[in-house]
Design a protein around this ligand. Structure first.
Ligand code: GLY
Ligand code: MN
Length: 465
């Protein structure tokens, strides 16, 4: 936990951004997996963590904009809780730790909301994404669950995004710790990867490292020999000679700050020429993004630069024909990379995505494209110092997509489909790092460099655990 001053200052800044009213920040509750007492791993809401710092279920924070007052609503632990879970501080003591002087039982919240509503004050809340919290808000406001979405406060959503998207130095330190765990996960995967190993064995080890060093994985890891399937959560394949293993995995540190890295490696420890050629095209895009990213440019423009870079590389390999820049601008490279270059990262691996992907990733100046591929970009807006983003270009050979584009002659003037069909069993390559945007450039997050070039990856794979 940060100092109580950090949380008090964050709430003060939020109050200053808002006109009037009360702000309700909902913490998360335990969520049953298969019966009430067998719950999923508890994950606190990230905005609650940001403003109120407490990592317990069943808490709600209220910030009174007009009266410079904050309050935590939660029930004290009963003797039964103490018997089963051990002694815990009181809600008042916990509130004190994050600079909140007032705390009340949870059932007092209804009175506060009713009083504010009666006085005609605005009641601001963020979009709830869990059903129990949707029900709670509906009950508090006396509306139907279907009406909750339209009552979300755009003023609050924008204020929270504006505040949370610029990371402080102490937040960067936490993200760096999560990246350091990411380093341990990825270098372990490189050492474990060999023919005969099952994806699940590597995945389980990586998850174990993330739990040993912090709060677990930051999202369901992708550990697959079928890297062409972008979010592949199947872990049952045996690694075979000749294929590549794609590992997209990150960790949360103890304070729930996240990391997210992707590396791709040859199962047998040595890239074939064909694999290395495509790998180097992805690598040159990953490195170009690190070279050119800086405050003032839009990430949408940088995504387009990465497509041009890959267009040039694919042209050299004969997969793209005609002018590679024109090919990139016309969307041809999107057949090879149908996803975006990256997203913001912080207390969520896709930071603040619960507040709305468009609002987090775009602004008045930068509109989300409707073009296939470019439209999948989650973070397109102007970069500012303190932004943390991922740089994750990839090249994939997705047989169904290739067949569709070939049949429909999509970008046929730019794609040599005959040549592309020689890669149908190739799989996919993605290379991902986290970047901190600065005034004049960017820095790669993490204290240690995760092997990235083909030579570095092969060297790491040759080491034993
Ligand atoms: N690394 C997974 C994702 O960005 O969606
Ligand atoms: Mn990512």
């Amino acid at each position: 936990m940060f100092s109580n001053q950090t949380y008090s200052l964050r709430r003060k800044e939020l109050r200053n951004k808002m006109q009037s009213g009360i702000i309700i920040i909902l913490g998360n509750n335990e969520s049953p997996a298969n019966y009430p007492h067998n719950t999923f791993h508890f994950r606190q809401d990230s905005s609650f963590l940001y403003y109120f710092g407490l990592n317990q279920p069943g808490f709600v924070g209220v910030i009174d904009v007009d009266n410079d007052q904050d309050c935590i609503f939660a029930d004290d632990f009963t003797l039964d809780d103490v018997i089963w879970m051990g002694k815990l501080p009181s809600v008042a003591q916990l509130a004190e730790q994050v600079g909140v002087k007032i705390s009340n039982p949870i059932n007092e919240l209804q009175n506060v909301v009713d009083k504010a509503a009666k006085a005609g004050r605005k009641i601001h809340f963020l979009p709830p994404y869990r059903t129990d919290n949707k029900i709670l808000i509906a009950n508090l406001l006396g509306v139907k669950i279907s009406q909750v979405a339209e009552l979300v406060s755009p003023e609050l959503v924008n204020a929270v995004i504006e505040q949370r998207e610029i990371k402080s130095e102490e937040e960067i330190q936490q993200i760096t710790l999560a990246c350091n765990t990411g380093y341990n996960m990825h270098t372990t995967a490189m050492k474990m990867c060999k023919p005969g190993m099952v994806e699940r064995e590597i995945m389980g080890t990586l998850e174990g490292i993330s739990l040993k060093e912090g709060a677990g994985v930051s999202f369901a890891p992708i550990v697959t020999i079928n890297g062409q399937t972008l979010h592949n959560h199947f872990y049952g394949n045996t690694l075979t000679d000749g294929r590549m293993l794609l590992v997209d995995a990150g960790a949360e540190n103890n304070m729930n700050y996240c990391s997210d890295f992707t590396r791709t490696m040859p199962v047998n420890g040595k890239f074939t020429t064909k694999q290395k050629e495509i790998y180097d095209v992805v690598l040159s895009a990953n490195m170009l993004v690190k070279k050119i990213s800086k405050a003032g440019l839009t990430y949408q423009d940088i995504h387009i630069e990465s497509l041009k870079e890959m267009g040039r590389g694919l042209h050299e390999l004969g997969l793209i024909k005609g002018d590679p820049i024109e090919a990139a601008m016309n969307g041809a490279v999107a057949m090879f990379m149908p996803h975006g270059l990256g997203h913001q990262m912080g207390l969520d691996v896709h930071d603040m995505e619960d507040l709305g992907e468009k609002l987090v990733g775009y602004d008045a100046k930068t509109k989300r494209s409707e073009q296939f591929g470019l439209g999948a970009l989650r973070m397109g807006k102007t970069l500012r110092p303190g932004h943390v983003i991922t740089d994750e270009p990839g090249i994939y050979f997705i047989p169904d997509l290739i067949a569709k584009w070939k049949n429909e002659k999509t970008c046929a003037q730019f794609i040599d489909f005959q040549k592309v069909e020689q890669y149908l069993d190739f799989g996919g390559i993605r290379l991902e790092d986290g970047l901190l945007i600065t005034e004049n450039g960017c820095t790669v997050l993490g204290d240690k460099h995760i092997p990235l070039t083909t030579q570095e990856v092969e060297n790491e794979m040759a080491k034993s655990l």
